[in-house]
Write a protein of this length. Structure first.
Length: 109
C-alpha cells in the first residue's frame, strides 16, 4: 500500500538529486516558483544529495533513477518520483494537492 501524507501536514519537501547541481537545481527553483505562485508560503524546499536524505523526511521528490535510494534513506517518507526535470506532471499534481489540501500519495512503494 502506498504511503500518503495530508497536504496540511507538509512543512518541508526534500528535493533529492545525485550530485547536487545542474538539472536538479533548475527543478528546485522551478518548484519554488510554482509554490510561490500558488501562494503556498509555509512549505520549505531543501535541495540535498540522495545519500543525505534525512530518515525523518516527510516528502521526497527524486528522479525515478534514485527512488530506491530515497526509499532506503527515508522509509516512512512519501516519495514522488519524476521522469523529466522540468514540467513533469508530478510537480503539478503536488501543487494541486497542496492547494486543494488533499492527500499526497507516494509514487514509489
Amino acid at each position: 500500500m502506498p504511503l500518503s501524507i495530508s497536504a496540511e501536514q507538509v512543512k518541508t519537501i526534500i528535493f533529492a538529486c545525485e550530485a547536487g547541481m545542474g538539472s536538479s537545481l533548475m527543478s528546485v527553483n522551478s518548484l519554488k516558483k510554482k509554490l510561490k505562485a500558488a501562494q503556498i508560503l509555509d512549505v520549505v524546499v531543501f535541495h540535498k544529495p540522495a545519500r543525505e536524505i534525512p530518515a525523518d523526511a516527510q516528502l521526497v521528490i527524486v528522479h525515478k533513477g534514485l527512488a530506491k535510494t530515497a526509499r532506503a534513506k527515508a522509509p516512512n517518507a512519501v516519495v514522488l518520483a519524476f521522469n523529466h526535470f522540468l514540467n513533469d506532471p508530478v510537480f503539478d499534481r503536488l501543487i494541486k494537492s497542496l492547494v486543494e489540501k488533499t492527500d499526497i500519495v507516494s509514487t514509489e512503494a
